[in-house]
Ligand binder design. Structure first.
Ligand code: PLP
Length: 392
């Protein structure tokens, strides 16, 4: 028997819909890699590198094993190491800080803009010391950081700028795509990213040919040619299977981005229709940015975010928290000596934000269910507030 009253389940992410739509294009290229038995680097990886470089309008792209390594490789190739400092924001995925740490350098945090959640360029200069070597602005949730003032301060102090573009392939700042907005940029092909593989993968885009060459060597144990090791690198190669899949998907990326932007517009319209704008902060899209909505993150400053999350889970709506603990408060970075209150905007965001279901195939009906469930949450909150007042 079908239970008509059961609301539809809306997962936070649905990758099967995308695969079903393009499986006729994907399956043959996977089979052809299997037939070739050529699995590591090779022509598929070189092809993807050329296509991503062209897409970003930069001369070089270097494939590697993950987005995390795509942050680590350029730092190592720049010679960042012990005694150096690298500036980034603490409200990001762990890998941004982890890559800095892994070089032996010290992560130095700068708080975010409260509306975009990206690093606040106005606060960067005060964090620069004679030891600072590089800046890593993160394009969080799919919107570029404010790159002009970041590049300006970097140029004044002679610092390298590495974009953490893991969530922002295809995003634009003043018309130019991420990947071309600094000296180098890290992309991730983790399956949940806008251009996601069937496993791990990453790529660095760069305008600097010497940097590209050194990264290409570092990803194969510093070897060039075979069995001649100039420096100690590591194994961070991209698989041919991933590259073959990603080359197919890259052709669809702009259409998927447009669909994500439509989903974002529909969320805004539905929150307006349900008169929730006073209770829910929606993503802020800067006028000079083209946001690609890897995540659709709302903010509930006056409500208990975790209660809302539990309520949505009961209503079969999947959500995520990106990210509940800012990097400066992570146990592994305790030796940096930070404490609660050091980066108040990041800490506030970590306590108040919640990511709603977001993927290109998300339907308007599903979105109505999500926003309706949020409206019911706030209605019940108001009811319990009244009850408290009566009891008092
Ligand atoms: C996903 C992500 C990374 C790391 O990418 P992996 O491919 O998972 O290693 C780095 N930074 C940010 C902001 C990310 O979202």
């Amino acid at each position: 028997m079908t239970r008509m009253s059961e609301p539809p389940a809306v997962p936070a992410l649905d990758l099967k819909a995308q695969y079903q739509a393009i499986r006729d294009e994907i399956d043959p290229v996977v089979r052809s890699v299997l037939e070739s038995q050529y699995f590591i680097l090779g022509p598929e990886v070189a092809g993807l590198e050329a296509e991503v470089a062209h897409y970003c309008d930069v001369p070089h792209a270097v494939g590697c094993a993950s987005g995390s390594d795509a942050l680590l490789l350029p730092l190592l190739a720049l010679g960042v190491g012990p005694g150096d400092e690298v500036i980034t924001s603490p409200y990001t995925f762990f890998a941004t800080g982890g890559a800095i740490w892994r070089t032996g350098a010290k992560p130095v945090f700068v708080d975010i803009e409260p509306d975009t959640y990206n690093i606040d360029p106005a606060l960067i200069e005060a964090a620069i010391t004679p030891r600072t070597k590089a800046l890593i602005p993160v394009h969080l949730y799919g919107q570029s950081a404010d790159m002009d003032p970041i590049n300006e301060v970097a140029a004044r102090y002679g610092l390298s700028v590495l974009e953490d573009a893991a969530q922002a392939i295809g995003a634009r700042y003043k018309g130019r795509r991420t990947g071309a907005l600094g000296q180098s940029a890290a992309f991730s092909f983790y399956p949940s990213k806008n251009l996601g593989g069937f496993g791990d993968g990453g790529m660095i885009a760069t305008t600097d040919s010497a940097l590209a060459q050194r990264m290409a060597r570092l990803r194969v144990h510093g070897m060039e040619p075979k069995y001649h090791h100039h420096e100690v690198g590591f194994n961070s190669r991209l698989d041919a299977l991933q590259a073959a899949v990603l080359r197919v998907k890259l052709r669809h990326l702009d259409a998927w981005t447009d669909a994500r932007r439509e989903v974002a517009q529909r969320y805004r319209r539905l929150f307006e229709e349900h008169e929730l704008l006073g209770l829910v902060g929606l993503p802020v899209e800067r006028a000079d940015c083209f946001h690609v909505y890897n995540q659709y993150v709302i903010r509930v400053p006056d409500a208990d975010r975790d209660l809302l999350r539990a309520h949505l889970s009961n209503q079969r709506v999947g959500t995520e928290i990106y990210y509940p603990i800012p990097l400066h408060l992570q146990v592994c970075f305790a030796s940096l000596g930070h404490e609660p209150g050091d980066f108040p905007r990041s800490e506030a965001a970590a306590g108040q934000t919640i990511a709603l279901p977001m993927y290109p195939e998300l339907t308007e009906d599903a979105q109505r269910h999500v926003v309706g469930a949020i409206e019911r949450f706030f209605a019940s909150q108001r009811y319990s507030t009244k009850g408290t007042e009566r009891a008092a």
